[in-house]
Structure formats: structure tokens, C-alpha cells
Design a protein around this ligand. Structure first.
Ligand code: C2E
Ligand code: CA
Ligand code: CA
Ligand code: CA
Length: 280
């Protein structure tokens, strides 16, 4: 049994080494990707419910690797975070999304997305001067601060250090702050008092079974009450069916995001978004 344990450990270490090597390769390729236009952004509609009308969009990064084809952000964002590459990558994403937001304002006027949301990783938020970078991007692009939403996870805010200070500085610019994946990290209601949040994104894992009457339905119902009380906008994530949408409306939700409405879209297709027939 002892020998077996040792063998398992060797195998485990080898697997770890392999994973680390794989991550390094990915990170090296990603560094090249940043310079060669293999990266682009898609924009997923965030809609008002029950109408299903476009309210805003969330920018989601995509990478087409020259040999591997599409690599998902769930794979390369963690690699970028580990290597620190998320800092220049994140800066590019922020600049790109703000440029697009200005284009929409110019081209679509009142029909432009009212907010453009950019995901910001813990590592970026921890960088001293991140708020200054946000301010610089707004100045460079001419985007009004109130159109931008910076989306961070609760875990990133809990990271301590300067994260909360940076977030307050970003909020002071007039930029909206959204708390992503709410309820999945070591969230606490205390965070909602110390963090200058405007929007709370209720994670897909809670939305998933609201129509089954499971325990998650209770969480989704409780969160809308908290959001109303604290004057936070609640956005239900990962809404995939008309039944879920109907239940969210019944509970008092006014914003939703998910495949039921739209998948992440190329920038050029956002203006053509229309609510689904069964919009609720
Ligand atoms: P997230 O921020 O929670 O983004 C939502 C994810 O759920 C996206 O996956 C989106 O395509 C997907 N999604 C939206 N609606 C539905 C639905 O109805 N059903 C299902 N099954 N999925 C839905 P994506 O684009 O693969 O991104 C995964 C994660 O990677 C994101 O989760 C975020 O944590 C990270 N990420 C993506 N883009 C960026 C970025 O630009 N910067 C940073 N820092 N992280 C990013
Ligand atoms: Ca997000
Ligand atoms: Ca999310
Ligand atoms: Ca998520």
C-alpha cells in the first residue's frame, strides 16, 4: 500500500508539472496573441425584464489560437492571472471595450447599450494605480464614466490590500461597479456595505434551478430583497429558459442575462438584437 501511495504521488507530481508546463506554453502563446490580433471581444446583451429589451452588454474575451483553434477564457484567463499577463491583457480589453462603447454611442445614439461591462480580475485590481488606468482610458476614448461598468468578483475584493481602495477610486470617477458571481465566493453581506457596488450579478448556479423549487430559489428570492433594500441593481445570470425568466420576473427581478436572450455577440450584431418571442 505504501509503494502504491508513493507511485500515486509521483504520478500526481508529474501531472502537476505537465499542467504547469501547459500553462507556461499557453501564457507564452498568449503573449504573442496580444500582439497579433488573435484576441477579440464578444458582447453579451444584458436585458431589462419582462420586456427583454437591450439594457447593456458584458464584454467577454475570445482567443483563436493559430493551431489549437478557439481557447476559452475559462482556460486562458487563469493562466494569464498566474503569469501576470492579465495586466497587459486586461488593459487591452478595457481599452478595446471603451473604444467600442464610444462607437456605439456615435452610431446608435439612444439605442446604444446604456452600459458596457468589463470584467476585471483580482490581479488587475491589486495593481497600484489601476483606478488611474481606468481614468486614463476614459480620457483617451472620451467615454462618459457612467457608461462603463467594472465587474469584479467578491473574491477579488476580499483579496485585501489595495483592492477596495482602487474600487472606491473607480467608483468616485462615476464608473459603475458590479459584483460578479455573487454568492459563489466567500461572499458576505458585510461586503455590500464596504464595497461601493451598484450592481449585483446573481450567479447562474442559483438561477439554474429556480423553476425546480430547490433551495437556490430561496437564495434568488432573498437576494432581490437585499438588492432592493440597498438600492443595488440585481442582474440574474445564465438565464436559459422562458420559465426561469418568468420566475425571475415574479420574484421582482428587472435585469437578466443568458442564452434565453442572447449568446455573446460580435460588436456588429448588438444593434440587431431583438427580444425573444417568449421574452416574458
Ligand atoms: P463570467 O464573467 O461569469 O461570464 C459569464 C460566462 O457565462 C461567459 O462565459 C458567458 O458566455 C457564459 N454564459 C452567459 N449566459 C449563459 C447561459 O445562459 N448559459 C451558460 N451555460 N453560460 C452562459 P465565457 O465567455 O466563456 O467566460 C467565462 C469566464 O471567463 C467569465 O465568467 C469570466 O470569469 C472570464 N472572462 C471572460 N472574459 C473575460 C475578460 O475579458 N476579462 C476577465 N478578467 N475575465 C474574463
Ligand atoms: Ca462577468
Ligand atoms: Ca458571472
Ligand atoms: Ca462565472
Amino acid at each position: 500500500a505504501k509503494g502504491q501511495g508513493k507511485g500515486r504521488q509521483v504520478a500526481y507530481t508529474a501531472a502537476m508539472d505537465q499542467r504547469t508546463a501547459e500553462q507556461s506554453r499557453l501564457a507564452a502563446d498568449l503573449r504573442i496573441a496580444l500582439d497579433t490580433e488573435q484576441l477579440y471581444l464578444l458582447y453579451q446583451p444584458i436585458v431589462a425584464i419582462p420586456s427583454g429589451e437591450l439594457y447593456g452588454v458584458e464584454a467577454l474575451v475570445r482567443w483563436t489560437h493559430p493551431e489549437r483553434g478557439p481557447v476559452g477564457p475559462a482556460v486562458f484567463i487563469p493562466a494569464a492571472e498566474r503569469t501576470g499577463l492579465i495586466v497587459p491583457l486586461g488593459a487591452w480589453i478595457l481599452q478595446e471595450a471603451c473604444e467600442q462603447a464610444v462607437r456605439w454611442l456615435e452610431e446608435l445614439g439612444d439605442a446604444a447599450p446604456r452600459t458596457v461591462t468589463v470584467n476585471v480580475s483580482a490581479r488587475q485590481l491589486r495593481e497600484a494605480g489601476f483606478a488611474g488606468e481606468v481614468e486614463a482610458v476614459l480620457r483617451r476614448t472620451g467615454l462618459p464614466a457612467y457608461v462603463l461598468t467594472v465587474e469584479v468578483t467578491e473574491t477579488a475584493v476580499f483579496d485585501g490590500g489595495t483592492a477596495l481602495t482602487e474600487l472606491h477610486a473607480i467608483a468616485a470617477l462615476g464608473v459603475n461597479i458590479a459584483l460578479d458571481d455573487f454568492g459563489t465566493g466567500h461572499s458576505s453581506l458585510g461586503l455590500l456595505r464596504t464595497c461601493p457596488a451598484d450592481i449585483l450579478k446573481v450567479d447562474k448556479s442559483f438561477v439554474d434551478d429556480i423553476t425546480e423549487g430547490g433551495q437556490n430559489a430561496v437564495v434568488v428570492a432573498a437576494l432581490i430583497g437585499i438588492c432592493d433594500g440597498l438600492q443595488l441593481r440585481a442582474v440574474a445570470e445564465g438565464v436559459e429558459t422562458a420559465e426561469q425568466a418568468a420566475e425571475l420576473v415574479r420574484l421582482g427581478y428587472r435585469y437578466a442575462q443568458g442564452y434565453h436572450y442572447a449568446r455573446p455577440l460580435p460588436a456588429g450584431q448588438v444593434a440587431a438584437y431583438r427580444p425573444p418571442d417568449a421574452a416574458v
